[in-house]
Design a protein around this ligand. Structure first.
Ligand code: AMP
Ligand code: MG
Length: 482
């Protein structure tokens, strides 16, 4: 056996998934293998690179020990409930135990139709595969909990999309698990309380073992999941990250960022910023993410009501009390991240942060570059580079004087350097990498992935990747490509 699979999800009751073979593709080519992640998972990189390994990544061969299944789930999409979604273009190959002793899912995405495909073809174009590779690995290097990219392959076949026929791809995703809020909702929608209990107990063992000995383990589970979401979204906010499709089926119970579709990092700061072409109402704008997070966790709480107490009113009271902790948890994390970004001590007023964000918004200042320059100023550089970012200098100068009075750069410079990335996967760079890949040039993709492996480090050879887009380079919409 080349991979030591240990598949616990496939041991759950049969109604949790559908056993499923992958589709075969004509001409699989490995675009990129993540060697660092392979080592972390104790996988044999030489085998992964071999024709047998590439056949696995393409779905052309199911390795010994794998038990491919499409997982069942439901979900609220843009607020509307679908009782049946599920893996329509993904297959869970199985689970492996990493070098850290933790359990990880290996999942193929774009590997063909399943019982849950509905009208879809089960495939993925190469563009979304490369986008997820770039952005999820960047998030990991930025220190954000996230699913990871193990491999990207080009399939040699064309898939039909709105833009026309596009080269196909398969993405190999690694996750703490692929259990979503929508997985719980699947069972609630069927009034399958036994299924809910089995799933909740499974999640406790796999993700939140500390909840099990609590007086009410399901309440402790709810609190843990709510805290994980609050912490995660606070981190997204501090990086200007917009998930784009915060549906409950894209909300991982583990607290990892999952499903990089029409996601983006903001260039110019604007709280109502949206890139997703399918989010016409702006539901998932940057500034709405904290409240959407609570909305999603509330949907999770609803699924736990039958387990929290036999008495419905009592269960509701317990759930409401648990959810009441979310705003404070989020607020504390958000303030901590932004204090670090500004080099401010814990006692500094949050109003100073909000005032500055208001200036960035009003004057269309690039979010990442502002903090890059502020960090340089804290390190002793001339504040002129910072001041020129603002078209109207007076309000900035006033704020800057207050910041000087409160900040303690000597003490907090390391925190600033560790929270203000020099590089983010800017939309126009991601778009360029994909466009080039579509005409056979993978060099920009590889260069971007290489650069983003150390987003907080000074890397002079990648200085061109720091800069915001020129007006003609601005990407206004990102697509999920499904
Ligand atoms: P997503 O937009 O990735 O969150 O997917 C939402 C739902 O649509 C999930 O159930 C997916 O499995 C399904 N889906 C997305 N793209 C496809 C596709 N090309 N073929 C079949 N199902 C798909
Ligand atoms: Mg999804």
């Amino acid at each position: 056996m080349n991979i030591l699979f240990d598949n616990t999800y496939a041991r759950l009751p049969e109604r949790f998934f559908a056993k499923q073979e992958s589709a075969r593709v004509p001409e699989p080519k490995l675009v990129r293998l993540n060697l660092g992640l392979a080592a972390k998972l104790s996988l044999d990189a030489d085998w992964l690179k071999s024709p047998d390994g590439v056949a696995m990544f393409a779905g052309n061969a199911i390795p010994e020990g794998a038990e491919p299944i499409a997982q069942a789930y439901a979900g609220h999409q843009f607020g509307g409930f679908s009782p049946q979604l599920g893996d329509g273009r993904a297959l869970l190959l199985g689970e492996v135990i990493g070098a850290d002793g933790a359990r990880y899912d290996l999942q193929l995405k774009g590997s063909g139709r399943t019982r849950f495909s509905r009208g879809g073809d089960g495939k993925s174009a190469l563009g979304p595969v490369l986008r997820e590779y770039i952005v999820s690995e960047a998030m990991s290097a930025l220190g954000v909990p996230t699913t990871r990219a193990l491999a990207a392959v080009a399939t040699g076949e064309k898939v039909m999309r709105q833009e026309g026929p596009l080269p196909g791809g398969v993405f190999t995703r690694v996750a703490a698990s692929h259990i979503r809020v929508g997985t719980f909702q699947y069972f609630l929608a069927r009034n399958d309380i036994d299924g809910l209990r089995v799933l909740a107990n499974y999640v406790m063992v796999r993700h939140y073992p500390a909840a099990a000995p609590a007086p009410n383990p399901y309440l402790a589970l709810l609190e843990s999941v709510a805290n994980a979401q609050a912490d995660l979204i606070a981190q997204w906010m501090s990086l200007g990250f917009i998930h784009g499709v915060m549906n409950t089926d894209n909300t991982a119970i583990s607290g990892e960022t999952i499903d990089y579709g029409p996601c983006a990092f903001m260039d110019a700061f604007h709280p109502q910023c949206v890139y997703s072409s399918i989010d016409s109402g702006g539901r998932y704008a940057w500034g709405n993410q904290p409240s959407i997070g609570l909305w999603n966790v509330t949907r999770f709480a609803e699924t736990l009501l039958p387990l929290l107490s036999e008495d419905h009113d009592e269960a509701t009271k317990l759930a409401e009390a648990a959810l009441a902790g979310y705003p404070e948890r989020f607020g504390g994390q958000y303030a901590a991240h932004f204090r670090a970004k500004f080099g401010l001590p814990p006692e500094a007023p949050v109003a100073l942060i909000q005032e500055c964000l208001g200036l960035l918004d009003g004057q269309g200042v690039d979010f990442t570059l502002f903090f890059r320059h502020l960090t340089r100023v804290a390190g002793g550089e001339d504040p002129k580079t910072l001041a020129v970012m603002f078209s109207s200098s007076e309000p900035f100068e006033q704020w800057f004087a207050k910041w000087r009075g409160e900040a303690n750069p000597a003490r907090h410079l390391a925190a600033m350097r560790g929270t203000n990335p020099i590089l983010i996967p800017r939309n126009h760079r991601v778009a360029q990498a994909i466009q080039n890949a579509y005409v056979g040039d993978f060099a920009p993709f590889h260069r971007l992935v290489d650069a983003l492996a150390a987003p907080y480090a000074e890397q002079v050879e990648y200085a061109d990747l720091e800069t915001p887009p020129r007006p003609e380079e601005i990407v206004h919409e990102t697509f999920c490509g499904t």
